[in-house]
Design a protein around this ligand. Structure first.
Ligand SMILES: Cc1cc2nc3c(=O)[nH]c(=O)nc-3n(C[C@H](O)[C@H](O)[C@H](O)COP(=O)(O)OP(=O)(O)OC[C@H]3O[C@@H](n4cnc5c(N)ncnc54)[C@H](O)[C@@H]3O)c2cc1C
Length: 309
């Protein structure tokens, strides 16, 4: 069962973020050989601190990753390779994954833990503040930005984001960046006294990652020290779709509560297979998928024992 050096494994996990590593831990402890193929670009890598995951509140994403890898190293049947999985073929019991270097690995089961990725936003200066004073998730970073003058950059889910971040600060202003918003949304903001700046944004002004102001094309500088926005997201990988897995309209893999996809032997966990977008949720989903994968092995081995008698 355990052959840590070969190119074949019981389970190939694609993606070694919180979801993939959580599954690897469960499967390593269950004595399964596991290969984690990871490009090592987790979505929260831009942020200085990760919050809200019990016992790890406030650690950096790199520290979270380092401790996870150290703990998984206690289970020698788990191996990691840092590269991209480029293509997959096969079916339950015999999947073949080829990396971007052309190396081939085989696995009996497959777990996609490939996350989601932000699509680039055309907003000058955002790159200097993203993860330092500009964030996407009030539950992740609202506490640190509490009571600050907050800018919500309009996009998807603007009303929801504005309402949510209003739980952390009474000073919230919306910036539409020159794109007209629906009239009912504007009415709702007016009814609540939330200022809406409709001019295009020229630049986000900042010092050492700290937002100072939103500079508008008309020359106005609106002092703000924190930003929340909802970037457009894309699946971290198109491999689930290429293999034939069902996805929803956001490209999220459709899986059951144990991470089972509609394809036998193929599982999904984490941001790429739910819309929860939290480390704790990704870790929980990876853990459940690990248990479900191991259960499938145990059930087939249990049957084989009867047939072998
Ligand atoms: C700015 C920011 C701050 C955040 N802060 C917090 C926070 O404070 N607390 C919190 O709970 N959540 C936070 N999040 C959300 C958190 O990042 C995600 O919920 C979490 O990373 C999801 O874990 P995952 O394992 O599903 O995906 P990821 O962490 O994104 O990992 C996916 C992995 O798969 C790899 N991958 C993808 N495709 C391939 C491929 N073809 N081959 C090999 N590898 C591949 C990627 O390189 C990556 O390493 C934040 C997100 C952002 C953007």
């Amino acid at each position: 069962m355990l052959n840590p050096s070969s190119n074949s494994a019981d389970v190939i996990i694609i993606g070694g973020g919180p979801a993939g590593m959580s599954a690897a831990l469960v499967l390593g402890r269950a004595r399964r050989s596991v290969l984690v193929i990871d490009e090592a670009l987790p979505r929260h890598r831009v942020t200085r601190e990760s919050h809200g995951f019990l016992t790890r509140d406030g650690v950096s994403p790199s520290e979270l990753r380092k401790v996870a890898r150290e703990q998984i190293a206690a289970y020698p049947s788990v191996r990691f390779v840092q590269t991209a999985a480029a293509s997959i073929e096969g079916s339950d019991g015999a999947f073949r994954v080829t990396t971007s270097e052309g190396e081939t690995h085989t696995g009996r089961k497959l777990l996609f833990a490939t996350g989601m990725k932000d699509l680039p936003m055309n907003l000058k200066g955002l790159e200097h503040v993203y993860g330092k004073s500009a964030y996407v998730c009030p539950y992740c970073d609202g506490w640190e930005m509490r009571d600050r003058p907050i800018a919500v950059i309009a996009g998807d889910h603007t009303m929801h984001l504005t309402r949510t971040i209003s739980g952390w600060s009474n000073d919230v202003a919306v910036f539409t960046d020159g794109t007209p918003r629906p009239e009912e949304e504007m009415t709702e903001f007016r009814r609540r006294g939330i200022p809406v700046y409709e001019a295009p944004i020229r630049e986000i002004s900042s010092e050492a990652g700290e937002t100072v102001a939103i500079i508008l094309e008309d020359g106005r500088e609106i002092p703000r020290t924190a930003i929340f926005f909802a970037p457009k997201l894309a699946p971290g990988s198109d491999l689930p779709v290429k293999l034939g897995c069902a996805v929803n309209e956001f490209g999220t893999m459709i899986v059951d509560e144990l991470g089972r996809s509609d394809l036998p032997g193929v599982f999904g966990a984490g941001d790429g297979a739910s819309q929860k977008y939290q480390v704790a949720a990704a870790v929980a989903a990876g853990s459940m998928a690990g248990v479900a994968i191991n259960t499938e092995f145990l059930e087939s081995d249990w049957e084989k024992r009867v047939q072998a008698r």
